[in-house]
Design a protein around this ligand. Structure first.
Ligand SMILES: O=P(O)(O)OC[C@H]1O[C@H](OP(=O)(O)OP(=O)(O)O)[C@H](O)[C@@H]1O
Ligand SMILES: Nc1ncnc2[nH]cnc12
Length: 179
């Protein structure tokens, strides 16, 4: 484990709680809201993410909804723009869409077709990597609108669901690895 991973993992582990059988029976939900509620710990996580990618990112893309909470302040810290990857039907302009399955259901996400300049170096941010369905759909969407995925970063990886195996095409960075 790298020093970066160790520091992110420590912060996330201290400020995350497990909720059994949410949102469906059998799922152990990793609730990251305690981290968001702690300004010092959340700030430290954002600093670590920003340092890791300094100088290598043109745009941060956040996946609705928890990816927004991390991605928007991270983009500000890095001095780059933020672009939302939204659930279906929320973006007002012309969009591209991608449907996918996740640990507890299925969904469609969308991006504005004119969200980024061609070749923009995009860092995609979310909170949890579970089956990888959301991650693959997000990275594919970014490429569809002309961006280049320089990283997919999450704070928690549920390794027993092996989402990472579906993400071979993109550099993946995770903090706390569970299972
Ligand atoms: O790896 P996967 O199996 O695809 O699961 C991971 C996704 O599931 C959660 O989002 P959710 O769709 O529950 O949306 P929310 O952030 O709006 O709660 C989480 O924030 C990731 O985006
Ligand atoms: N177990 C889990 N906890 C939190 N977010 C998730 N997204 C998919 N699976 C999840």
């Amino acid at each position: 484990m790298t020093d970066y991973q160790q520091r992110v993992a420590g912060l996330v582990a201290r400020h995350t709680r497990d909720v059994a059988d949410f949102p469906t029976p059998g799922v152990v939900f990793k609730d990251i809201t305690p981290l968001f509620a702690n300004a010092e710990a959340f700030g430290s996580v954002l600093d670590l993410l920003a340092e890791r990618h300094e100088g290598g990112v043109d745009v941060v893309a956040g996946v609705e909804a928890r990816g927004f909470v991390i991605g928007a302040p991270l983009a500000q810290r890095m001095g780059v723009g933020f672009v939302p990857i939204r659930k279906k039907g929320k973006l007002p302009g012309e969009v591209v869409a991608q449907s996918y399955d996740l640990e507890y259901g299925s969904a469609t996400i969308e991006m504005h077709t004119d969200a980024v300049k061609p070749g923009a170096r995009m860092l995609v941010i979310d909170d949890v990597l579970a089956t990888g369905g959301t991650a693959v759909a997000s990275c594919e969407l970014v490429e569809k609108v002309g961006g280049s995925v320089v990283g997919f970063d999450v704070l928690v990886e549920l390794a027993f669901l092996d989402g990472r195996a579906r993400l071979e095409r993109w550099p993946v960075h995770t903090g706390l690895v569970v299972g």
